[in-house]
Ligand binder design. Structure first.
Ligand code: CA
Length: 234
Protein backbone atom coordinates (compact mmCIF):
# COMPACT_ATOMS: atom_id res chain seq x y z
CA UNK A 1 0.00 0.00 0.00
CA UNK A 2 1.42 3.33 -1.04
CA UNK A 3 0.45 6.99 -1.28
CA UNK A 4 0.09 7.59 -5.02
CA UNK A 5 -0.50 10.95 -6.68
CA UNK A 6 -2.16 10.86 -10.09
CA UNK A 7 -1.77 13.95 -12.25
CA UNK A 8 -3.95 13.73 -15.35
CA UNK A 9 -6.31 16.23 -16.94
CA UNK A 10 -8.36 13.74 -18.95
CA UNK A 11 -11.29 13.11 -16.63
CA UNK A 12 -12.18 9.64 -17.84
CA UNK A 13 -8.58 8.40 -17.66
CA UNK A 14 -8.14 10.04 -14.27
CA UNK A 15 -11.10 8.11 -12.87
CA UNK A 16 -10.02 4.84 -14.45
CA UNK A 17 -6.58 5.30 -12.89
CA UNK A 18 -8.09 6.16 -9.51
CA UNK A 19 -10.37 3.14 -9.60
CA UNK A 20 -7.60 0.70 -10.48
CA UNK A 21 -4.93 2.07 -8.15
CA UNK A 22 -7.39 2.21 -5.24
CA UNK A 23 -8.47 -1.32 -5.93
CA UNK A 24 -4.82 -2.38 -5.88
CA UNK A 25 -4.78 -1.10 -2.29
CA UNK A 26 -3.13 2.30 -2.71
CA UNK A 27 -4.09 5.61 -1.14
CA UNK A 28 -4.78 7.81 -4.12
CA UNK A 29 -4.65 11.58 -4.50
CA UNK A 30 -5.83 13.26 -7.68
CA UNK A 31 -4.79 16.39 -9.48
CA UNK A 32 -5.67 17.83 -12.91
CA UNK A 33 -3.42 20.90 -13.04
CA UNK A 34 0.37 21.04 -13.40
CA UNK A 35 1.03 23.91 -11.02
CA UNK A 36 -1.18 22.49 -8.31
CA UNK A 37 0.56 19.14 -8.78
CA UNK A 38 3.99 20.71 -8.26
CA UNK A 39 2.77 22.33 -5.02
CA UNK A 40 1.44 18.98 -3.82
CA UNK A 41 4.71 17.25 -4.70
CA UNK A 42 6.86 19.81 -2.91
CA UNK A 43 4.57 20.20 0.08
CA UNK A 44 3.57 16.62 0.76
CA UNK A 45 5.48 14.19 -1.47
CA UNK A 46 3.74 10.88 -2.24
CA UNK A 47 5.45 7.48 -2.55
CA UNK A 48 4.97 7.59 -6.33
CA UNK A 49 3.56 9.90 -9.02
CA UNK A 50 1.73 8.92 -12.18
CA UNK A 51 2.32 12.05 -14.23
CA UNK A 52 0.72 12.99 -17.53
CA UNK A 53 3.01 14.80 -19.97
CA UNK A 54 0.57 17.34 -21.40
CA UNK A 55 -1.15 19.28 -18.63
CA UNK A 56 -2.67 22.72 -18.13
CA UNK A 57 -0.65 25.03 -15.88
CA UNK A 58 2.72 23.31 -16.24
CA UNK A 59 3.69 20.30 -18.34
CA UNK A 60 4.93 16.99 -16.99
CA UNK A 61 8.52 17.48 -18.14
CA UNK A 62 8.83 20.77 -16.30
CA UNK A 63 7.30 19.26 -13.16
CA UNK A 64 9.72 16.35 -13.41
CA UNK A 65 12.68 18.68 -13.80
CA UNK A 66 11.69 20.84 -10.84
CA UNK A 67 11.05 17.84 -8.61
CA UNK A 68 14.45 16.32 -9.44
CA UNK A 69 16.12 19.66 -8.76
CA UNK A 70 14.98 19.60 -5.12
CA UNK A 71 18.26 18.04 -4.06
CA UNK A 72 18.09 19.38 -0.52
CA UNK A 73 14.99 17.27 0.04
CA UNK A 74 15.62 13.69 -1.16
CA UNK A 75 12.05 12.64 -0.30
CA UNK A 76 10.93 15.02 -3.04
CA UNK A 77 13.80 14.65 -5.54
CA UNK A 78 13.81 10.82 -5.42
CA UNK A 79 10.07 10.29 -5.77
CA UNK A 80 9.43 7.58 -8.40
CA UNK A 81 7.78 9.09 -11.49
CA UNK A 82 5.86 7.09 -14.07
CA UNK A 83 5.19 9.39 -17.01
CA UNK A 84 2.20 9.04 -19.34
CA UNK A 85 2.93 10.15 -22.89
CA UNK A 86 0.84 10.32 -26.01
CA UNK A 87 3.62 9.62 -28.48
CA UNK A 88 6.46 7.13 -28.76
CA UNK A 89 8.90 9.76 -30.01
CA UNK A 90 8.89 11.39 -26.61
CA UNK A 91 10.59 8.42 -24.93
CA UNK A 92 14.11 9.83 -25.20
CA UNK A 93 13.00 13.17 -23.84
CA UNK A 94 11.06 11.70 -20.94
CA UNK A 95 13.80 9.33 -19.79
CA UNK A 96 16.65 11.58 -20.80
CA UNK A 97 16.18 14.62 -18.63
CA UNK A 98 19.09 15.48 -16.37
CA UNK A 99 17.50 13.12 -13.86
CA UNK A 100 14.28 12.19 -15.57
CA UNK A 101 11.24 10.02 -15.13
CA UNK A 102 11.79 6.46 -13.90
CA UNK A 103 9.45 4.92 -16.40
CA UNK A 104 6.85 5.82 -19.00
CA UNK A 105 3.74 4.43 -20.64
CA UNK A 106 2.53 5.40 -24.07
CA UNK A 107 -1.21 6.00 -24.38
CA UNK A 108 -3.31 3.96 -24.78
CA UNK A 109 -2.01 1.45 -22.21
CA UNK A 110 -3.68 -1.32 -20.27
CA UNK A 111 -4.40 -0.92 -16.57
CA UNK A 112 -2.67 -4.24 -16.03
CA UNK A 113 0.50 -2.75 -17.51
CA UNK A 114 0.20 0.41 -15.45
CA UNK A 115 -0.23 -1.54 -12.20
CA UNK A 116 2.81 -3.68 -13.05
CA UNK A 117 4.96 -0.60 -13.64
CA UNK A 118 3.77 1.09 -10.46
CA UNK A 119 4.51 -2.05 -8.47
CA UNK A 120 7.99 -2.34 -10.03
CA UNK A 121 8.84 1.27 -9.19
CA UNK A 122 7.61 0.97 -5.61
CA UNK A 123 9.61 -2.21 -5.13
CA UNK A 124 12.68 -0.59 -6.61
CA UNK A 125 12.29 2.47 -4.36
CA UNK A 126 12.09 0.10 -1.37
CA UNK A 127 15.28 -1.64 -2.43
CA UNK A 128 17.05 1.69 -2.81
CA UNK A 129 18.19 0.97 -6.34
CA UNK A 130 20.31 -2.07 -7.11
CA UNK A 131 19.04 -5.51 -6.19
CA UNK A 132 21.06 -7.64 -3.82
CA UNK A 133 24.22 -6.73 -1.95
CA UNK A 134 26.73 -5.55 -4.50
CA UNK A 135 30.40 -5.18 -3.62
CA UNK A 136 31.52 -1.66 -2.72
CA UNK A 137 33.63 -1.20 -5.84
CA UNK A 138 33.51 -2.74 -9.29
CA UNK A 139 36.20 -2.43 -11.91
CA UNK A 140 36.75 -3.42 -15.51
CA UNK A 141 39.93 -2.30 -17.17
CA UNK A 142 39.94 1.52 -16.89
CA UNK A 143 36.36 1.66 -15.56
CA UNK A 144 35.83 1.97 -11.82
CA UNK A 145 32.50 2.33 -10.12
CA UNK A 146 31.93 3.03 -6.47
CA UNK A 147 28.59 1.54 -5.53
CA UNK A 148 28.20 3.30 -2.18
CA UNK A 149 28.72 6.82 -3.51
CA UNK A 150 27.21 5.98 -6.91
CA UNK A 151 30.15 7.47 -8.76
CA UNK A 152 31.76 6.05 -11.87
CA UNK A 153 35.15 6.80 -13.38
CA UNK A 154 36.83 6.13 -16.67
CA UNK A 155 40.59 6.58 -16.81
CA UNK A 156 40.28 8.41 -13.51
CA UNK A 157 37.79 10.93 -14.84
CA UNK A 158 34.33 10.92 -13.30
CA UNK A 159 31.53 9.99 -15.69
CA UNK A 160 28.30 11.94 -15.62
CA UNK A 161 25.78 9.12 -15.51
CA UNK A 162 22.06 9.34 -15.02
CA UNK A 163 20.66 7.14 -12.28
CA UNK A 164 19.56 4.30 -14.51
CA UNK A 165 22.72 4.45 -16.60
CA UNK A 166 24.68 3.95 -13.40
CA UNK A 167 22.50 1.00 -12.35
CA UNK A 168 22.87 -0.57 -15.77
CA UNK A 169 26.66 -0.14 -15.85
CA UNK A 170 26.93 -1.57 -12.34
CA UNK A 171 24.91 -4.59 -13.42
CA UNK A 172 27.11 -5.15 -16.48
CA UNK A 173 30.22 -5.01 -14.29
CA UNK A 174 28.73 -7.51 -11.85
CA UNK A 175 27.97 -9.98 -14.63
CA UNK A 176 30.73 -9.67 -17.22
CA UNK A 177 31.34 -12.11 -20.04
CA UNK A 178 27.80 -13.49 -20.12
CA UNK A 179 24.91 -12.71 -22.40
CA UNK A 180 22.30 -10.67 -20.54
CA UNK A 181 18.88 -10.65 -22.13
CA UNK A 182 16.89 -7.43 -22.30
CA UNK A 183 14.23 -9.12 -20.17
CA UNK A 184 16.76 -9.96 -17.47
CA UNK A 185 18.06 -6.40 -17.51
CA UNK A 186 14.52 -5.04 -17.25
CA UNK A 187 13.86 -7.35 -14.32
CA UNK A 188 17.05 -6.69 -12.38
CA UNK A 189 17.96 -3.13 -13.27
CA UNK A 190 14.47 -1.70 -13.74
CA UNK A 191 12.65 -3.97 -11.29
CA UNK A 192 10.01 -5.22 -13.73
CA UNK A 193 8.28 -8.46 -12.83
CA UNK A 194 6.63 -9.05 -16.19
CA UNK A 195 7.92 -8.22 -19.62
CA UNK A 196 8.33 -4.50 -20.22
CA UNK A 197 9.26 -2.43 -23.23
CA UNK A 198 12.72 -3.65 -24.23
CA UNK A 199 13.39 -0.43 -26.14
CA UNK A 200 14.00 1.14 -22.74
CA UNK A 201 17.08 -1.08 -22.44
CA UNK A 202 18.28 -0.23 -25.94
CA UNK A 203 17.95 3.50 -25.35
CA UNK A 204 19.99 3.30 -22.13
CA UNK A 205 22.63 1.07 -23.71
CA UNK A 206 23.02 3.64 -26.46
CA UNK A 207 23.55 6.43 -23.91
CA UNK A 208 25.92 4.33 -21.87
CA UNK A 209 28.03 3.44 -24.90
CA UNK A 210 28.43 7.13 -25.67
CA UNK A 211 30.02 7.50 -22.24
CA UNK A 212 32.09 4.34 -21.78
CA UNK A 213 33.14 3.35 -25.28
CA UNK A 214 36.12 4.79 -27.17
CA UNK A 215 34.06 4.35 -30.35
CA UNK A 216 30.36 4.27 -29.42
CA UNK A 217 29.34 3.22 -32.93
CA UNK A 218 31.78 0.31 -32.83
CA UNK A 219 31.39 -0.81 -29.22
CA UNK A 220 33.98 -3.08 -27.68
CA UNK A 221 32.72 -3.21 -24.09
CA UNK A 222 28.95 -3.41 -24.36
CA UNK A 223 28.42 -5.73 -27.28
CA UNK A 224 25.11 -6.56 -28.90
CA UNK A 225 24.44 -10.27 -29.24
CA UNK A 226 21.89 -10.49 -32.01
CA UNK A 227 18.55 -11.88 -30.92
CA UNK A 228 19.79 -12.51 -27.36
CA UNK A 229 20.78 -9.33 -25.63
CA UNK A 230 23.99 -7.67 -24.48
CA UNK A 231 27.39 -8.88 -23.40
CA UNK A 232 29.81 -6.86 -21.29
CA UNK A 233 33.49 -7.42 -22.03
CA UNK A 234 35.92 -6.46 -19.30
CA1 CA B 1 -3.13 15.57 -20.81
Amino acid sequence: MADVLIVEDEESLLHTLRYNLSRAGHDVRLCTDGRVALDMLLGNPPDLVVLDLMLPGMDGLEICRRVRAEVTNPTVSHVPIVMLTARDEEIDKVLGLEVGADDYLTKPFSMHELLARVKAQLRRADMGGLAGEPPAQLTADDLVIDVATRRAYREGVELRLKRREFDLLAYFLRYPAQVLSRERLLRNVWGYESAGDTRTVDVHVRWLRAKVEAEPTNPRRIQTVRGLGYLFVR
